[in-house]
Design a protein. Sequence first.
Length: 484
Amino acid sequence: MRQLLEEAQLLENRRQFFGRSSTGIGLAALATLLNQDASPAQAPATQFGGLDGIPHFAPRAKRVIYLLQSGAPSQIDLYDYKPSLEKLDGSELPDEVRGQQRLTGMTAGQNKFPLVKSPFRFQQHGESGTWISDLLPHTAKVVDDICLVKSMHTQAINHDPAITFFQSGHQQPGRPSIGSWLSYGLGSETEDLPAFTVLLSKNTFSQAQPIYSRLWGSGFLPSSHQGVKFRNQGDPVLYLTDPAGDSPSNRRKLLNSLSRLNSLRRQQVGDPEIQTRIAQYEMAHRMQMSVPELANTSDEPESTFELYGDDARIPGTHAANCLMARRLAQRGVRFIQLFHRGWDHHSSLATHIPKLARETDQGSAALVQDLKRLGMLEDTLVIWGGEFGRTVYAQGNPANFGRDHHPRCFSIWMAGGGIKPGISHGKTDEFCYNIDEDPVHVHDFHATILACLGIDHEQLTYRFQGRDYRLTDVHGTVVKKILA
């Protein structure tokens, strides 16, 4: 390695030397003329990375835990109780209600659109009296801590563009994910773990939609802001363990030499991604110490596993990932995202959805309870939801019905981090087909998340190909009614 460094330095020619020197002299002269310091701004001691001047105002949340339910859970069978469907069950969806809505290829050929009531009982819970399906007994216990948004809507009608829209504010791939935007703008509260981490549940549904790594990609932002996926088998992150026979001191020497080589190359070509590479090598080295301690849950009391359930002892389950999310939050990770697949029920919904509810209900509710117990819920924003909703009419045979994609209205919930607890926001019509009150678009959802973190969504931008981009594009309004 030393020989490589010496060769790289000897290969430098006079033109390269003076080219770099003139750049440095020019910057120094410009700084003098402007009476400014040419050195980079220093981040606060408790913040690593991020932009100067952000947050724009006092934040209510320091971090986000986003429990994304891939496949689109049925709001009709979980959160949006419609007693009117008891009488309307089996009748045809009125044409004036459906209007000119675009249908998917799976139901566009149906001759009839019979309404189907939920086969599951709903009950009121908590002091708020929120109606919750019996499929979610644990969520029912935390209704006074959550805000149930019943009026979400989106443009996308198919899974991939819809989930991409929620992740990046755009239906087409290529833009930074929300976690990357927050890593870029706010940085992290720790230098020992990435600012943005991702946890995937083991899939249990044969027809689940695929999850792509680009969903936590950094797009045109520096690649250091992309999400880091934690595995549920073996080492949580690949190559945490040094090769046999290697020593920490040798690894440190190797990293120092690599850093010098990369620095020389960056001086020669000016590629900012080389600096990202240097930083990621150092992050990986620190994670060799931080991640094993993070992943070792033997220090958790028995009461923790009683709260999260037996699944919390099984790596890769939703409950285990919820517990890991809490541990990541405790260690200063800015944005923690969980993906749980399997909610795409185009047939046999009455058979499939109880299984998915059992897989996710206890861990999700336990996370809210655990954060509240630790005094962390007040500055941790927790989000639960999918990419769109489900139709009130049956897809296929009503005797073995499923529900098709429905972007016009669906439900999510949010808790903590500046969100008003114990309320329901928005209202849908008696058919759970259109929004009657307080619609919340995906761009509004993103603007509200950023507001909770002290960010003006119109001011967090990145110039790319001559345009200033932002997460909310040119849209978005903060939903002030749900802010505490």
